[in-house]
Design a protein around this ligand. Structure first.
Ligand code: UDH
Ligand code: MN
Length: 296
């Protein structure tokens, strides 16, 4: 009996230590960031080429973990999507290397609106939150348009003490905020910040207003907006026309006067959708959802 115990403890000391015992936490400032980036959309990329180039660094579903340290945050990147295949290729080509240099434990979720109904960006983001949480214990959510590429890798795709607005200096707004309370394009909320505002509204069909409603929710729950400066917060938007079935909705601006009331009953607590398909590409997880969109 005695010898057996000794043997066991001997084996214990010779067992190669597992990763979590040897890896330290990743530093606050990722060491391999390069700062300003050259971003252009003229080169013809294909999904195939991007897969060849960076697939080997990723796990199925567009998932990454830094190999040499424990990431500070587990981040789900949620993209509302429909019929923007070319933009998706540019986004993956630019963002994966940036996110890897930022040493995030991250997954890219492309939330596709099924069918031809009116588009609903915020509701798709809500569905993305719920689906991501089913897969992994994320502590941070970055919500992004498919056509926005950061021009500086110091703009960290993680969460902060307050909800963060990342796309502060877009080329289409002359590298400035279009207005002080702007919260559109790319933003990040921790799980608790997101739940504190009951998620995003489900009722902003068509283009416009949902980002301002989210801004209102944040302020009404006593939080403020965190932002990078106008140098680190530069973005290029891939030029595009207005999509079909995503016309500016004239009803949306008026709804913003009601946020304080509506935010209690319109959000993650009232979300209804069905998953039609989940496909794991090496570069991203594609989730096709039916969000019960009206046709007009
Ligand atoms: N999106 C899609 N498919 C659509 C509509 C929207 O994927 O059919 C997503 C996509 O992630 C996009 C985001 O929703 O980046 C926001 O939509 P948007 O890019 O159309 O919004 P933006 O404010 O454009 O950039 C508004 C109208 C464009 C007019 C252009 C005139 N020059
Ligand atoms: Mn756009």
């Amino acid at each position: 009996m005695k010898t057996k115990v000794l043997n066991n403890s001997h084996e214990e000391t010779r067992r190669p230590p597992n990763k979590s015992e040897t890896l330290g936490h990743c530093p606050d400032t990722p060491p391999k960031l390069v700062g300003p980036l050259h971003v252009e959309f003229n080169s013809k990329q294909t999904l195939h080429k991007v897969r060849e180039e960076m697939g080997s660094h990723l796990l199925e579903g567009g998932r990454y973990k830094p190999p040499d340290c424990i990431a500070q945050q587990k981040v789900a990147i949620i993209i509302a999507f429909r019929n923007r295949h070319e933009h998706l290729i540019h986004w993956l080509y630019y963002l994966h290397p940036i996110l890897m240099r930022q040493q995030l434990d991250y997954t890219v979720y492309v939330i596709n609106q099924d069918g031809e109904g009116v588009f609903n960006r915020a509701k798709l983001m809500n569905a993305g939150y719920v689906e991501a949480m089913k897969q992994y214990d994320y502590d941070c959510f970055v919500f992004s348009d498919i056509d926005l590429i950061p021009m500086d890798d110091r703009n960290l795709y993680r969460c902060f003490d307050n909800p963060r607005h990342l796309a502060v200096a877009m080329d289409k707004f002359n590298f400035h905020l279009p207005y002080n309370t702007f919260f559109g394009g790319v933003s990040s909320l921790s799980k608790s910040q997101y739940l504190k505002i009951n998620g995003f509204p489900n009722t902003f069909w068509g283009w416009g207003g949902e980002d301002d409603d989210i801004y209102n929710r944040i302020i009404f729950r006593g939080m403020s907006i965190s932002r990078p400066d106008l140098v680190m917060g530069k973005y290029r938007m891939i030029k595009h026309k207005r999509d079909l079935h995503n016309e500016a909705n004239p009803k949306n601006p008026g709804k913003l006067r009601q946020t304080l009331q509506t935010m209690n009953t319109d959000g993650i607590n009232s979300l209804k959708y069905t998953v039609k398909e989940i496909k794991k590409d090496i570069l991203y997880t594609f989730i096709n959802v039916d969000i019960e969109a009206p046709l007009k």
